[in-house]
Design a protein around this ligand. Structure first.
Ligand code: C2E
Ligand code: MG
Ligand code: MG
Ligand code: MG
Length: 286
């Protein structure tokens, strides 16, 4: 019956890598069209104060509504965009789109407390020579105040060429922009290096937050991160807070801000605007 095994064998030995490569290549070619045709959009996830759930700002997150494949998550398209260099255009589009949204909301609600807009900048994007000037131009074009913009960089983005990164971070801060380390604790930066970096904010990776309940040793890691941040004068945002217990523990450990499904999922611009107006009815759209 060897013949019958043919198709099965084929299936078993089809290298997954090949399928993945094909998938990535198709995403790659679709991405140009997607940018031109407006298939990308931005959602906003609230960042709130731990004490009283005061709205402090939003993180802008990219989404892709593909006409045939449906919603594609950033964990799939961001790596492709990075590998192919399209992250430069995509990242600047997200920045520009989110700044102009926030600028509109500010104009509509000048009485509202000023909010921070937090935007992810990927390693490759940050490595681009003109990045500081590109960001400055977006701020000018969208009329968004630089001191309300926070850029989220990963440890990798900073450490792969630390001297250049520090120079750029300083140039951005000179504009008034603040800087956060994203996914803190997952990268390779040594703790002692942190004090030499021009930083304002640490975002504790959701991996630590989500293990707070099951693994008590995680509590010590988070405690150490928060105390380190405090010593260096940095604010801390906990990512991925899903339960009241996690929130409780974080608050006991002295964390100031959080972001997570417990408060709200990333939401469409209209919902974010409604939230600013004090309307919290529709906050669970992803
Ligand atoms: P990130 O910057 O660490 O963003 C936080 C991620 O955690 C988001 O995933 C958010 O939806 C998710 N999240 C927030 N609260 C919770 C929670 O309570 N539980 C769980 N399970 N997840 C939560 P998302 O939107 O899928 O983005 C994933 C990553 O993709 C981001 O991680 C960021 O690294 C990257 N990304 C997204 N948008 C952009 C972008 O415009 N530019 C760049 N360079 N990267 C982006
Ligand atoms: Mg982020
Ligand atoms: Mg993160
Ligand atoms: Mg991340």
């Amino acid at each position: 019956r060897a013949k019958d095994q043919g198709p099965d064998r084929f299936k078993v030995f089809t290298p997954r890598l090949h399928e993945e490569a094909v998938w990535m290549m198709s995403l790659e070619t679709d991405m140009d069209r997607a940018l031109a045709e407006g298939e990308f959009y931005v959602v906003f996830q609230p960042i709130v104060g731990l004490e009283a759930d005061t709205l402090m700002g939003f993180e802008a997150l990219a989404r892709w509504r593909h006409p045939e494949r449906g919603e594609i998550l950033p964990s799939e398209f961001i790596p492709v965009a990075e590998e192919t260099g399209r992250i430069d255009a995509l990242g600047l589009w997200v920045l520009s789109e989110s700044c102009s949204n926030m600028a509109d909301w500010r104009a509509a609600h000048p009485e509202a407390r000023p909010l921070i807009l937090s935007v992810n900048i990927s390693s490759r994007q940050f490595a681009k020579k003109d990045i500081v000037n590109d960001i400055r131009l977006v701020l000018e074009k969208t009329n968004f105040p630089a001191d309300r913009l926070r850029l989220e960089l990963t440890e990798t983005a900073i450490m792969q060429d630390a001297r250049t990164a520090v120079r750029r971070m300083k140039a951005l801060r000179a504009l008034g922009v603040t800087i956060a380390v994203d996914d803190f604790g997952t990268g390779y930066s040594s703790m002692s290096y942190l004090q030499q970096l021009p930083l304002d904010n640490l975002k504790i990776d959701l991996g630590f937050v989500q293990k707070l309940e099951q693994h008590p040793e995680n509590r010590e890691i988070v405690r150490a991160i928060i105390s380190l941040a405090g010593g260096l004068g940095l604010n801390v945002v906990a990512e991925g807070v899903e339960s009241a217990i996690q929130k409780q523990v974080l608050s006991e450990l002295g964390c100031q801000m959080y972001q997570g499904y417990l408060f709200a999922r990333p939401m469409k611009p209209e919902q974010a605007k409604a939230l600013i107006m004090g309307n919290r009815e529709t906050t669970d759209d992803d």
